[in-house]
Design a protein around this ligand. Structure first.
Ligand SMILES: Nc1ncnc2c1ncn2[C@@H]1O[C@H](COP(=O)(O)OP(=O)(O)OP(=O)(O)O)[C@@H](O)[C@H]1O
Ligand SMILES: [Mg+2]
Length: 410
């Protein structure tokens, strides 16, 4: 790979651009292919100000490489794996083998980037695919489907009321003139997985009579270096244009502290994405909700911009009982021994999402039986929830071979 002999200068600051190997592209639509170490040049001063002026060196070659790699993967079989493998390709010259997290599957070593196949998309093509397929949708839940403790429900109601009473508060009572942030309302929902954060955002959109534009950070992470900030801007623009409630799921990576030493840290593009989100938030006049599992390490700039932080806790026994009840459809054949009080006591530590999955699993156990036995019994539901909680426990205790950081939430 030929690098430029003399680094070009930043058009804004006139300083020399810095070479970094922390560019990152991922192809999330197909396989989870993450390419790190794609060399790029960036201006540290622009980065400070949240502007993304980084330029990837030889993007056509690495994009083409990525395309070719996906083609090869699509024609390959991965026996014994339930999921498509996650693959990380390092462009670092000293490290050119495909890394497979499970140590099996694809182990072919990768040739030089210059041998890559078809040409990369033109910038016009990239423009067309930005936020492709992500449109605001009608909400499917209502607030009365949300089973939470009184305290959390009250906090949600209070926070949401600012949105409901926006016209009165901002226009009639004139708070618009003193609010530095315009009419923007940003809320942060945090707590363990499966506790109803996404459901609550959906229900709030319903309450406001708005559509919801659901964006996950993974969807924003573009295949092409430098596209993520553009996607963030596109998300805010789409919410403004359509009047939809903007909902950022898996917002941990956006809300975290910006990395101080870019050269040594994981990825300068993370910093750019965070800074872009802050700028877009400041210019946004609508309603935005961030949901995250991780509550540590928040960037104070984000904390300051949120109107309210609402903690979603694991359900207590009486809430678990209601959640069990409301996840059993009328048509599901239930044995007489199913007792929701017993299930509530038995499922301590379960989130609503676990209960939803347990019902599905128990129904699947029942469907494997025949005749009069083909109905869901208490033992099925107990076995399913125990199985799920046991799996979760193992993951949280680190007995799994996965990346621990993804599963921390407090
Ligand atoms: N508090 C709750 N009340 C009623 N149902 C719930 C509740 N929490 C979870 N559920 C059930 O679990 C499903 C998954 O919950 P949801 O996706 O809202 O959780 P989450 O907090 O957004 O999880 P994650 O952090 O993994 O994104 C919901 O669609 C609903 O069926
Ligand atoms: Mg969610």
């Amino acid at each position: 790979m030929s690098l430029l002999r003399k680094p070009p200068l930043c058009p804004v600051h006139g300083c020399e651009l810095v070479l970094s190997h922390h560019g990152k592209k991922s192809n999330l639509g197909h396989y989870f292919v993450e390419v790190v170490g794609a060399p790029l040049l960036y201006c540290p001063l622009c980065l400070e100000k949240g502007k993304d002026t980084s330029v990837e060196i030889e993007p056509a070659a690495s994009n083409a490489f990525l395309k070719r790699l996906v083609q090869v993967l699509e024609s390959s079989e991965f026996p014994g794996l339930l999921n498509k493998p996650k693959i990380r390709v390092d462009f670092n010259p000293s490290k050119t083998a495909l890394e497979h997290p499970y140590g099996r599957g694809v182990t072919t070593s990768v040739g030089p980037i210059a041998q890559a196949g078809p040409a990369a998309p033109t910038s016009d093509e990239a423009e067309e695919t930005r936020l492709d397929g992500i449109e605001p949708v009608e909400p499917r839940h209502t607030l009365n489907q949300l089973i939470l403790d009184q305290d959390t429900l009250e906090r949600i109601r209070e926070a949401t009321n600012v949105l409901v009473s926006q016209d009165l508060i901002y226009a009639t009572w004139g708070l618009c003139s003193v609010a530095r942030t315009g009419r923007r309302v940003a809320l942060n929902f945090y707590g363990p997985p499966g506790t109803g954060k996404t459901l609550a955002a959906d229900a709030i959109a319903d309450l406001l009579g708005k559509k919801i534009l659901r964006i996950s950070y993974a969807e924003l992470e573009s295949k092409y270096v430098g596209e993520t900030p553009k996607n963030i801007k596109a998300a805010f623009a789409k919410a403004t244009e359509t009047g939809a409630l903007l909902f950022f799921d898996e917002a941990d990576s956006i809300l975290g502290k910006r990395l101080v030493n870019v050269a040594q840290s994981a990825d300068n593009s993370i910093n750019v994405a965070r800074s872009t989100t802050l700028i877009e938030l400041d210019n946004f006049n609508g309603a935005v909700i961030f949901a995250s599992n991780l509550v540590k390490n928040y960037d104070t700039a984000f904390l300051r911009r949120m109107l309210a932080h609402v903690e979603f806790r694991l359900p207590a026994t009486d809430q678990r009982e209601k959640i069990w009840r409301c996840h059993i459809p009328r048509q599901l054949p239930l044995a007489d021994d199913v007792d929701f009080e017993v299930l509530a006591l038995y499922s301590e530590g379960a989130a609503g999402g676990d209960i939803q999955n347990a019902v599905l699993l128990a129904a699947s156990y029942a469907s494997m039986r025949l005749g009069a036995e083909q109905l869901v019994m208490l033992a099925d539901l107990k076995r399913a929830i125990a199985f799920l909680l046991d799996g979760k426990r193992k993951i949280l205790e680190g007995d799994h071979g996965l990346d621990d950081r993804k599963y921390q939430w407090s």
